[in-house]
Design a protein around this ligand. Sequence first.
Ligand code: GTP
Ligand code: MG
Length: 198
Amino acid sequence: MNGFANAAFLRAVGSLAELPPEGPPEVAFAGRSNVGKSSAINALLGRRALARTSKTPGRTQTINFYEADHDGERARLVDLPGYGFARVPLALRERWRALVGGYLASRGALRAIVLVMDARHPITALDEQLVAWCAQAPLIALLTKADKLSRSAQAQVLRKVRERLAGAQVLLFSAVTREGVEEARDLLQHKLRAGRRK
Ligand code: GTP
Ligand code: MG
């Protein structure tokens, strides 16, 4: 399996007006703050610190676009700002809703949405809201920080999320042990390829 090559940061966007013009196919990573979205993008791109990660929830507040080659074509991985961190002023929450909601609803290049959830706390009320916004593209659920769970707890959460998100592809994932990285990359590349207009 060939991975992504020549990964690079493209642009950070704080408003819909600044979105880069539609171009290569995109997959977007959404999820609560601190679940590991930026870490997952780094693991998938095979880069240690291209996307900035942080112990402090709310690190990513812009939509960050990354580009990489796969099969000799460009593709974009899109890191969406996280939601649900504590003590967020209402104005910021509204800004988040407009930015992320607007992007998801209008982006023609979007080929899949990756819903990133902490395997220990899957499908919060906010995740459910996001799922409702995700009808436009296939949904892939990554259950991150799987390294924090026992094998039996992993199996249990996998079963539960597969039941709740019928129709989604659900994977256990760990940026630390790299469990699920290859499988997730294969899935994403399949979606990106399916979106290619020849
Ligand atoms: P925001 O940008 O704030 O929305 O967060 P994020 O979802 O991008 O999370 P980020 O990737 O910054 O990771 C948050 C914290 O979780 C960091 O301290 C990471 O090192 C840690 N982390 C991420 N993925 C994993 C994982 O698979 N296993 C473990 N044990 N820790 C992880
Ligand atoms: Mg982040």
